[in-house]
Design a protein around this ligand. Structure first.
Ligand code: NAD
Length: 358
């Protein structure tokens, strides 16, 4: 493997490994950590779940800031061992995962491989480092499953997953708990709620609807029983990154004799819930093009009808306070969309042309 950490950096700074750094959230988090002056190294397998050109473009922006994104899989034990021994990471921000709820029904193996097996490989490498790094990892609002107790609080039940994706995220929380218990690894899980914004994910509604609206194609909006509208606690990427940094900065060291290591899970949402139709209405207004909406019964997708976060715990622990409402956040997304995809929103790379989101 090419050298990514040079000796003076290793001696002086907080050293972060960001897994999934070519992904949507990892890209933004790595960017902000680097801006603070930390040493940041990314890892990503650049899989083709959605257009790889977008992942390469994010990695290119990071490379310009001196954040290398090592192309390796979480399950590549040797690559991980080499990277840890070279860079002596103090913190691991573990965001790499097979994401997406609907794709899980068709590709269960990808979720088990990345989210469960890959996470264990990572924690196995982490636990033998001296000193042991601090772990902050991505969980998801989907762990609340079909709960109808709104807003969701961290101590609510999380043992009734509605999708295989949710089951793997809950598994990660349980596995992290075991590394805390046995090895005194400091572990913090962040349950993200429907994240959107610039450089977003093409498989998620904000981006896939935008693409179809500019292309003049219909968009599918799912409805629950009795035409119930799906509603989400849409959370802007800038707020999520602020929560990630807050959780990293407030984390206790692993296996420290004086400070007990962390074993925490926090919701990171916005708290304002909007129906998908409200989101579409705002989007079509900003894009200046009318959406052709086709309502469709939800069926067995594994999606839940509504999400809503109680964020008191994150607020108390590290002052988490979301600042961007849906309207402002969509505006920032649309501005980026036209910058990235050109004035008509149609300048797509070869692997994005004809890409059909789930
Ligand atoms: P993303 O798909 O854009 O990013 C994940 C990245 O991980 C991708 O670039 C992918 O190539 C990489 N990856 C996947 N499997 C890997 C493996 N085995 N080895 C190395 N790299 C691998 O997704 P995102 O939206 O940035 O999500 C980041 C994290 O947050 C994920 O863990 C996701 O499950 C979680 N999450 C996201 C949301 C959201 O709304 N975006 C909500 C809840 C939870």
């Amino acid at each position: 493997m090419v050298k990514v950490c040079s000796p003076p950096e290793v001696e002086t700074k907080r050293r972060y490994l960001v897994t999934g750094a070519a992904g949507f959230i990892g890209f933004h988090a790595a960017h902000e950590l680097k801006k603070r002056g930390d040493l940041v190294v990314g890892l990503d397998n650049f899989n083709n779940y959605y257009p790889v050109s977008l992942k390469r473009a994010r990695a290119a922006v990071l490379a310009e800031m001196d954040v290398p994104v090592v192309e390796a899989d979480l399950n590549d034990l040797e690559a991980l061992q080499e990277l840890f021994s070279e860079c002596a990471f103090t913190h691991v921000l573990h965001l790499a995962a097979q994401a997406g709820v609907r794709y899980a029904a068709r590709n269960p193996g990808a979720y088990i491989q990345s989210n469960v097996a890959g996470s264990v490989t990572l924690m196995e490498v982490m636990r033998v480092q001296k000193p042991m790094p601090i772990l902050v990892y991505a969980s998801s609002s989907s762990v609340y499953g079909l709960s109808k107790r709104f807003p969701f609080s961290e101590d609510d039940r999380a043992d009734l997953p509605a999708s295989l994706y949710a089951a793997t995220k809950r598994s990660l929380e349980l596995l992290a708990h075991s590394y805390y218990n046995i090895y005194k690894m400091s572990v913090t899980g962040l349950r993200f709620f429907t994240v959107y914004g610039p450089w977003g994910r093409p498989d998620m509604s904000v981006m896939s609807f935008s693409r179809n609206i500019v292309d003049g194609k219909p968009i599918r909006v799912f409805q629950g029983p009795n035409s119930t509208e799906l509603a989400r606690d849409f959370t802007f990427i800038g707020d999520i990154v602020a929560g990630i940094l807050g959780s990293l900065d407030s984390a206790s060291p692993s296996a420290d004799s004086t400070t007990p290591p962390n074993n925490r899970v926090f919701n990171l949402g916005n708290t304002q819930v909007h129906t998908v139709t409200e989101m579409v209405n705002a989007l079509q207004e900003m894009l200046g093009i009318k959406a052709n909406v086709r309502y469709q019964p939800l069926g067995a997708t594994g999606d839940v009808l509504r999400t809503n976060a109680n964020i008191t715990a994150a607020h108390e622990a590290f002052g988490y306070t979301p600042k961007t409402n849906l309207h402002e956040g969509l505006k920032q997304f649309v501005d980026w969309y036209f910058k990235y995809y050109g004035p008509d929103g149609k300048k797509r790379a070869a692997d994005e042309n004809g890409y059909i989101p789930d």
